[in-house]
Design a protein around this ligand. Structure first.
Ligand code: CAA
Length: 431
């Protein structure tokens, strides 16, 4: 049968800019802000910075990991609260900590295929305003009462209520299939790979120092909109050093293998981020200069339930696939943005790529991917210092890396983000 459409060559996708509100440790200054409040402020900040008021974009894609059931389509409701044309379509995605980057991939792919010309990708999370659900017993009782056709039937349904039904169901930071928290999973992987406390604390200290330096040189001036009186990430401790970090008690893991502390783990955080993506033509028409190009992306998943792979190791698998498809080696990058879920996550990923057995047996490679130039890693700080509002981390990283590439006058950057559920989302940007 003859094709009904003529295949089109993919278009280049420009990253025009980004915006985020400063990230705040949970139960702090944003404790009373909802996901919709924070995402609206963030998207509207982007609208203001790039003159998008009244603009009908191709679409806005965003998401939250911790989402209230009332947030049926959080992103669409957000758009309706901004100065974008209300005729801008919008929808939610959820890919755990990879949500922000996954949203960017969806928007970028539609732009590349010519289905849309410009869009915003974002993410938001509040650990303060976490959704609390009622117990299954109470839910079933209320549903039965709601189905009742008479007051008598309703009263009969409600007699099924038991005191235990009133215990709320509070979201936990655990994997449903193992019952272990992200931190407990990571502690197992860190012990398996022999990641030292010292190496983790060094990485954490560097994250704070790099983020502080980036703020001081004005790097975030056009990447951030102050919110509720906050103008810098509240988790940032410019004076954080290895000496102080080494005194903190382990919080995940057991015995001598317990190396993970509050200092080398991300804190629970509130915040939002968004990035503006467009075709080259749209950028030119709107007199906007691309910071960088969104080149390619890959996702991977590992079987952490039945197999012995670490929960947060999927990026170690996604990156080699991405490199192979693009004819690149791990050393062909000027900057590396590896999400610091925990310092140990970054260190195990790097160690896995250096390990001949892992690369041969698990990745099917003839030789290890090798090591990276550590001075090129997370050069403007990462999640250990900035904090990690799960779905907002991808947007923070895409915008920061694009700006870094533009500032450097060119180059190539690799993004690697681990996600709950044993998944990983990675991408390549170029300027
Ligand atoms: C979800 C995905 O899809 C993938 C992922 O990204 S996985 C990652 C997901 N994120 C998580 O799992 C979050 C994990 N974090 C947590 O659960 C908690 O933050 C935690 C258990 C690690 C710590 O919680 P906490 O005990 O409330 O920490 P907090 O009180 O802030 O800090 C403890 C101490 O360390 C100190 N401290 C923390 N960071 C420090 C630093 N950088 N420098 C110096 N001291 C520091 C604090 O000052 C505090 O000291 P005091 O007790 O003297 O006040």
């Amino acid at each position: 049968m003859a094709p009904t459409t003529t295949p089109r060559a993919p278009r280049r996708v420009a990253i025009l800019g980004g915006n985020r509100i400063p990230f705040a440790r949970s139960n702090g200054p944003y404790a009373k802000a909802s996901n919709q409040d924070m995402l609206t402020a963030t998207v509207d900040g982007l609208v203001a910075r790039y003159g998008l008021a009244g603009e009908r974009l191709g679409e806005v894609v965003a998401g939250a990991v911790l989402k209230h059931s009332r947030d049926f389509n959080l992103t669409r409701e957000t758009v309706l609260g901004t100065r974008l044309d209300p005729a801008t379509p919008a929808y939610d995605v959820q890919q755990a900590c990879g949500t922000g980057l996954e949203a960017a991939i969806l928007v970028a792919n539609k732009i590349a295929l010519g289905q849309i010309d410009a869009g915003i990708a974002g993410g938001v999370d509040s650990a303060s305003d976490a959704p609390i659900a009622v117990s299954e017993g109470l839910r079933q009782t209320l549903l039965a009462a709601n189905r009742a056709r008479s007051a008598t039937e309703r009263a009969k349904a409600l007699t099924g209520l038991r005191p235990g039904h009133l215990v709320p169901s509070i979201p936990e930071n655990v994997e449903p299939r193992t019952g272990l928290s992200m931190g407990e999973h990571m502690a197992l992987t860190a012990a398996q790979w022999g990641i030292t406390r010292e190496a983790q604390d060094e990485l954490a200290a560097a994250s704070h120092q790099h983020l502080a330096a980036a703020y001081d040189r004005g790097f975030f001036d056009d990447l951030l909109t102050p919110y509720l009186g906050v103008s810098r990430d509240t988790n940032l401790r410019p004076d954080s050093d290895v000496a102080k970090l080494s005194t903190l008690k382990p919080v995940f893991g057991k015995g001598p293998d317990a190396t993970m502390t509050a200092g080398n783990s991300t804190p629970l955080t509130d915040g939002a981020s968004a990035v503006l993506l467009a075709s080259e033509e749209w950028a030119t028409e709107h007199r906007l200069t691309p910071l960088a190009w969104f080149v390619d992306a890959e996702t991977a998943a590992v079987d952490y339930v039945h197999g012995d792979e670490g929960l947060l190791m999927a990026p170690a698998y996604a990156v080699p696939r991405l490199l192979a498809r693009n004819g690149l080696s791990l050393q062909d990058f000027d900057y590396y943005e590896i999400h610091e879920a925990f310092a140990a996550t970054v260190l195990t990923t790097l160690k896995a790529w250096e390990d001949p057995d892992f690369c041969r047996e698990r990745l099917g490679l003839d030789a290890p991917l090798g090591s990276i130039d550590r001075s090129r890693l997370n050069v403007n700080g990462s999640s250990l210092a900035a904090g990690h509002p799960f779905a907002a981390t991808g947007g923070r990283i895409v915008a920061s890396l694009a700006k870094q590439l533009e500032e450097a006058g060119g180059g190539r950057g690799l993004i690697s983000i681990c996600a709950a559920g044993g998944q990983g989302v990675v991408a390549i940007l170029e300027a």
